[in-house]
Write a protein that binds this ligand. Structure first.
Ligand code: P61
Length: 455
């Protein structure tokens, strides 16, 4: 029997809005959930990034944060924990994940280059493309089939990776990434075997392996539960083995760092680390604080330790699975099995009457808000689709609505409420209409786009 392995000693009220208020708020937000005020959201599943609750120990650590400009004690505590987990040599704190990505890709991604991954997250892809290189997604085919059950749907397709290396030439591939868990592909884990084999293949061509480590602890828990030989290893030992295959990592600590802000770039190559340090100083801050306050580094050092606790991870992964099972019971198609941090509704099949160019996943996410004040995020053709120069519409691979579960924030009864709201949509699914975009920015358009319903 699963229950939250913590007691709650501080609460925040949730404002209950009437259906009329919700209709008005979403219209005023141009049907873009990013443009809603948080106070107008009843259950906020937009992201699990920076939205978790910190523990009493983390809040206590905040009080002893050392705010010295250089050489702060808090940095050394943070550095020690990151080194213990990753074994990587050079640790650069950044204000969040994309700052680490910006520094890394600013140094290695040049025009004409190609950077493969199982699946790049949108910030990663955007920063690679911003620097003139090409981002390549090479997840296994099983990872693209929402209802197909496979224990490690985030795995890299090693054949495709080798083909890509031969096609583009190893000199044009500055590094290869593995996103663990694979966020854009459903929060699905990557197996230890796949990480090891990816590293082995890359080593033959002298290409470094980088890990996008946002959700490394959740990935490690899946390895423990699903991969032979890891059942008796601790989460720390599994994480250490994962990173032993890496030449570097980028980390948004807003996920498995259990903090509201933070990140880092970790590297083994001294030359690259020196260049990165110079960029860090130029754009983030002195290397012993990066883009963070000393207190943030303190909280992060504690968070990175707490996240390795198995009873926490059992609750975490179990809560996501619980919500997934409630949705399946109501006949709502989701990516199966459920991943680490979110349930992904397969809007492409749930709203099969809406064409990808009319954004079925956007339509579903708006509907979840109208019906129950739930804020989710579209991970489909709004986020990844494109209008090509020829005018042809290139849809995303999948049309998903992600219900991301913040860490240690909502209880099981909140999960029941979400499933109930989604169940109501099932009864009137054919009446849900598509959308068109009336405004979009050149990069990461989903944050600011405006939509209008198609009548
Ligand atoms: C999220 F709609 N993720 O999942 P930063 N890599 C990976 C991530 O999941 C990730 C970052 C790098 C978010 C926040 C988010 O368009 C969006 O600390 C696997 O956010 O810079 C972030 O880390 C970047 C949501 C980001 C979005 C961009 O909800």
């Amino acid at each position: 029997m699963l229950f939250e392995p913590f007691r709650i000693k501080m609460t925040e009220p949730i404002r209950i809005l009437s259906r009329e208020e919700r209709e008005r708020k979403i219209r005023e937000a141009h049907y873009n959930l990013f443009l809603l005020k948080a106070e107008d959201v009843m259950i906020d599943l937009l992201t699990d990034s920076g939205t978790g609750s910190m523990s009493a120990n983390q809040w206590a650590a905040i009080m002893v944060g050392d705010e010295s400009y250089a050489g702060a004690t808090s940095f050394y505590k943070f550095e020690e924990v990151v080194k213990k987990i990753t074994g990587l040599k050079y640790i650069l704190p950044t204000h969040q994940g994309r700052a680490a990505e910006r520094i890394l890709f600013g140094l290695v991604a040049k025009k004409g280059m190609v950077i493969p991954s199982n699946t790049h997250f949108d910030t990663t892809r955007a920063l690679i493309e911003y620097n003139g290189a090409t981002a390549l997604d090479l997840v296994i085919d099983e990872g693209k089939k929402p209802s197909l059950r496979h224990p490690f749907k985030g795995n890299m397709d090693l054949n495709k990776l080798e083909e890509a290396i031969k096609k583009f030439g190893k000199e044009n591939i500055p590094l290869c990434m593995l996103t663990i868990t694979n966020n854009s592909g459903g929060g699905q884990p990557v197996s230890m075997e796949n990480i090891r084999e990816t590293k082995r293949l890359l080593s033959r061509y002298n290409i470094p392996l980088f890990i996008d480590a946002c959700r490394f602890a959740e990935n490690a828990y899946f390895i423990k539960k699903r991969e032979k030989g890891y059942e008796n290893k601790s989460i720390l030992e599994i994480a250490q083995e994962i990173f032993s295959y890496a030449d570097g990592c980028t980390m948004s600590a807003k996920k498995d760092g259990l903090v509201n802000i933070g990140g880092f770039l970790a590297l083994n190559d001294e030359n690259l680390a020196n260049q990165a340090k110079n960029m860090l100083i130029l754009t983030e801050g002195f290397p012993t604080y990066g883009g963070l306050a000393g207190r943030d580094l303190e909280a992060l050092a504690v968070g990175l330790t707490e996240v390795l606790d198995e009873s926490y991870l059992a609750y975490r992964i179990g809560q996501v699975e619980y919500l997934g099972n409630r949705l399946i019971e109501k006949g709502i198609p989701i990516i199966e099995p459920t991943g680490g941090h979110a349930v992904y509704i397969d809007a492409g099949s749930f709203l099969s009457h809406i064409k990808p160019e009319n954004y079925p996943a956007q339509a579903l996410s708006v509907e979840l808000y109208r019906e129950g004040g739930i804020r989710s995020v579209e991970i489909g053709s709004v986020m990844f689709g494109k209008r090509e120069e020829s005018g042809r519409f290139k849809p995303a691979t999948l049309e998903l609505v992600r219900l991301a579960i913040p860490r240690r924030v909502y209880t099981m009864s909140h999960m029941d409420y979400i499933a109930e709201v989604a169940g109501k949509l099932k009864d009137r699914v054919s009446s849900i209409k598509g959308y068109r975009i009336t405004y979009e920015a050149p990069h990461l358009r989903h944050f600011t786009a405006h939509f209008e319903p198609i009548e």
